[in-house]
Design a protein around this ligand. Structure first.
Ligand code: FE2
Length: 116
């Protein structure tokens, strides 16, 4: 288990390699693919370790921030969805991209990368 503050405000895992399954199943996985002036950002929860997707335990929403600004948010239900979303952003290379997700039982989790 990492030193991440579990269920305290926004959870961010500093070292995913050293993290346990609980942290891994909640940490958003971010993929960024550039196409000219735009970047397709795909965010998946459960990439590292599968997260439950049941009526009493599921990912409520996923949000994307670019350079600290909220740019997309997806509200999800436990029925007929998987916690994976994507959006296309018009951002410069090197722009900070942050993904946040909210588990209805285990709070908000965040991960970050930079746009290619
Ligand atoms: Fe959870």
């Amino acid at each position: 288990m990492s030193d991440a503050p579990i269920l305290a405000g926004i959870n961010k895992v500093a070292d995913l390699e050293a993290a346990g399954d609980f942290e891994k199943k909640h940490t958003p996985y971010i993929e960024c693919v550039r196409d000219g002036d735009t970047v397709r950002v795909t965010v998946k929860v459960g990439h590292y370790v599968s997260h439950p997707n049941l009526p009493d335990h599921f990912i409520e929403w996923i949000a994307v921030h670019a350079a600290g600004v909220p740019v997309a948010r997806f509200d999800l239900s436990a029925v007929a969805t998987d916690p994976e979303v994507s959006c296309v952003l018009r951002v410069e290379p090197g722009t900070a991209i942050e993904a946040m997700e909210s588990c209805n039982l285990h709070g908000i989790w965040v991960a970050e990368t930079v746009a290619p």
